[in-house]
Design a protein around this ligand. Structure first.
Ligand SMILES: [Zn+2]
Length: 242
C-alpha cells in the first residue's frame, strides 16, 4: 500500500512508524513543512518520499526558495499541494499567482502536481489548460463530484483522482469512485486529518490507508490483493516510484 498524501511532521506530533505501508508521500503545505518533508525523506529513505508546495490558503510566496529546493533535491516526487481554495475567505488573485508559479515549477522540473482544489475544481482545471507540458498530477481529496471527473482525466492520461478516508462514510464518494477508471485512481490518508471508519475520533496515520483500499476493493468487487496491485501501480506510475 502507498499513502500518496500525508502530513507527517514533528510539529503535528505524528507517528513515523509505518509498519504496513510500502511508501508515503508527504505533501507540502508551506515552505517550512516542505523543508521538513525533505529532511524526513532523508531520515526514512525506505518509506518516506517528499513533495514540496504551498497550499492556496498559506501565505508563503518565496518561489525562488521552492525552485532551489527542487533544484537541489532531485528525489522530490511532486509539487504540491497547490491549487485554489474558495471554501473560506480568499483573494483569487493571490491564490492564482501562487498556483501558477507552482505549475511553472512542476513544468520546469518535470514533476507531477498534487492539486488541492476546494470548491474550485472547474477553476483549477481551467488554469491547468494553460500548461500543456505539465507531466500530470492528482486532484487530491477529490471533492468535485462525479460530473467533474471526466474533465480532470481529460487534462492528459497522467492525471489521477485521489480518494481519502471519507470514502468510508460518505455515500456520495462511492459514486465518484465508480465513475473513475480503475487505472486513474490513487488513495491517500491526508493524515493526521480525515480519519477513516473504524478509527474516527483518533488521529489519522498512513497505515489507516488500508481501510480506504478495502473500501475501494468492495466497491470494485475485487480482492484486497488485486486492489492493492492496481492502485499501487497507479501511484508508482504517477510519482515515478521504483
Ligand atoms: Zn493535505
Amino acid at each position: 500500500m502507498i499513502d500518496t498524501h500525508s502530513h507527517l511532521s514533528k510539529r503535528l506530533n505524528t507517528t513515523f512508524e509505518l509498519p504496513t505501508i510500502s511508501k508515503v508521500i508527504l505533501a507540502g503545505s508551506n515552505l517550512e513543512d516542505s523543508q521538513e518533508n525533505i529532511l524526513l525523506a532523508r531520515q526514512y529513505p525506505k518509506k518516506i518520499l517528499a513533495a514540496v508546495g504551498i497550499h492556496p490558503q498559506e501565505n508563503d510566496k518565496d518561489f525562488e526558495l521552492l525552485d532551489k529546493l527542487l533544484m537541489e533535491n532531485p528525489s522530490i516526487v511532486a509539487v504540491g499541494e497547490c491549487g485554489l481554495d474558495f471554501s473560506e475567505s480568499y483573494i483569487l488573485r493571490d491564490e492564482e499567482i501562487k498556483f501558477r508559479a507552482q505549475i511553472s515549477l512542476a513544468d520546469k522540473y518535470h514533476k507531477p502536481l498534487i492539486i488541492h482544489a476546494r470548491k474550485a475544481v472547474d477553476e483549477s482545471i481551467a488554469i491547468l489548460h494553460d500548461y500543456k507540458k505539465v507531466v500530470g498530477g492528482v486532484f487530491h481529496c477529490f471533492a468535485g463530484g462525479k460530473k467533474r471527473v471526466p474533465a480532470v482525466l481529460a487534462l492528459n492520461e497522467n492525471w489521477f483522482i485521489g480518494i481519502d478516508g471519507n470514502i468510508t462514510y460518505e455515500i456520495g464518494l462511492e459514486e465518484v469512485v465508480k465513475s473513475v477508471p480503475q487505472d486513474r485512481l490513487i488513495l491517500e490518508t491526508d493524515s493526521p486529518f480525515l480519519t477513516p471508519v473504524p478509527h474516527r475520533g483518533e488521529q489519522n496515520k498512513p497505515d489507516f490507508v488500508e481501510f480506504i483500499y478495502r473500501k475501494v476493493g468492495t466497491i470494485w468487487g475485487k480482492s484486497f490483493e488485486e486492489t492493492e496491485m492496481i492502485v499501487d501501480g497507479n501511484a508508482k506510475r504517477l510519482f515515478q516510484i521504483i
